[in-house]
Design a binder for this molecule. Structure first.
Ligand SMILES: NC(=O)c1ccc[n+]([C@@H]2O[C@H](COP(=O)([O-])OP(=O)(O)OC[C@H]3O[C@@H](n4cnc5c(N)ncnc54)[C@H](O)[C@@H]3O)[C@@H](O)[C@H]2O)c1
Length: 345
């Protein structure tokens, strides 16, 4: 077992890279409220009793109503502020349970056991909690780092490949933000990674978290450098909105967005050509689509403008000169339309 601790404002978050049995032995599941979804409940058979909450899986169930169910279950158990909420699932279950823990009696204890690659690499770590409301994703939430995150890549053995690819897109992003060795690891081990090599997956998760931690420890509330984590995401969010969160799962939209960010940088003459080609080749190696020919650039640009209105600010694009050479730039709409019309390959 490996342990790493990170500091956020006044909170300390400890991450344990461990195996299933250790998770079952170390966490006193009987004392906490365990929250699963229908697909993650069977992963914990040995450990979870009947006294747990099982919610419906998927983004459409990331709602205030389900968050209320978590609060109601805690009340029923007679929870105090020192009781522990334990989320066992992907990003949906982790975000929702964390949100409930953060507001229960103004903040109860929180442990996360992420079970998807995306939630190990990204969603469980960094303190963002939340639920969706109407058509808005994560519009209600808090910053509330978990006190403990227990990560076991054995859980990924039966995770569908589409979900593995969702997580890997964020790993590529983290490599771009500051880990050349992670990039090489992703370049050289595609087949083993997709075959769920547990040790390689753990190294990807560890390295990804280290990159994210170096950023989030400086800026938990996203008032500065944390915005770099949005690399590729301004484009990706627009694509998800225009396609109604259907044909482009988040990771695939992020991969497309990374391609667009590199294209924008290249067209401005700021992004190193060899670096951009290297990342594009890596994204193609994993089969990500880098062109969305059927989507009108005008619709995507309009979605970005709408997002800007909602956030009461400007559309900021995170771009790169090269690996770890990240900067933020406002782009004119006409230029964005040209970037969106470009074929990336
Ligand atoms: N808080 C953050 O910083 C942050 C960062 C990134 C994403 N997110 C959020 O994360 C969510 C997406 O997370 P996700 O991709 O994990 O989605 P998810 O939680 O919906 O999980 C995807 C699917 O995989 C199933 N599943 C989970 N673990 C499994 C396993 N081990 N084996 C088989 N099936 C399993 C789930 O039941 C679900 O059907 C979004 O709501 C997003 O907003 C949050």
């Amino acid at each position: 077992m490996k342990k790493k601790s990170y500091n956020f404002d006044t909170a300390v978050c400890s991450i344990y890279f461990t195996d299933k049995n250790s998770i079952f032995n170390e966490l006193d599941f009987s004392a906490g409220l365990m929250v699963f979804d229908k697909n993650t409940r069977p992963l914990f058979d040995e450990a979870a009793g009947d006294d747990c909450l099982v919610l419906k899986p998927g983004e459409k169930h990331k709602t205030l109503k389900n968050m209320e169910k978590i609060i109601a279950a805690a009340l029923e158990k007679g929870f105090g502020r020192d009781s522990v909420f334990i989320a066992c699932g992907g990003g949906v279950i982790c975000d929702m349970t964390a949100f409930a823990a953060s507001v229960y009696m103004r903040g109860a204890r929180l442990v996360l056991v992420p079970t998807t690659l995306l939630s190990m690499i990204d969603a469980s770590f960094g303190g963002k909690t939340g639920v969706d409301y109407k058509q808005y994703k994560n519009i209600i939430g808090t910053f509330y780092p978990a006190e403990r995150i227990s990560i076991c890549t054995d859980f990924l053995q039966k995770l569908p490949e589409a979900e593995i690819l969702n997580g890997l897109a964020e790993a590529v992003k983290h490599a771009m933000l500051g880990d050349e060795q992670l990039l090489v690891l992703l370049e050289k081990n595609r087949d083993k990674i997709l075959a769920r090599d547990t040790e390689l997956l753990q190294e990807i998760v560890e390295r990804s978290i280290a990159v994210k931690a170096a950023i989030v420890e400086q800026d938990l509330r996203e008032s500065g450098v944390r915005m770099h984590l949005n690399l590729g995401h301004t484009f990706a969010h627009a694509l998800e909105t225009v396609t109604g969160f259907k044909n482009w799962p988040h990771g695939r939209a992020v991969a497309w967005g990374l391609g667009r960010a590199l294209t924008a940088g290249r067209m401005l003459g700021l992004t190193d050509r060899n670096y951009a080609d290297r990342i594009i080749a890596l994204l193609e190696l994993y089969g990500y689509r880098l062109n969305a020919e059927k989507i009108k650039p005008e619709l995507l640009a309009a979605a970005m403008a709408n997002d800007k209105k909602k956030r009461g600010g400007e559309v900021n694009f995170v771009l790169q000169k090269t690996l770890a050479g990240t900067f933020i730039q406002k782009l004119e709409k006409e230029f964005v339309l040209e970037v969106l019309a470009e074929t990336v390959s």
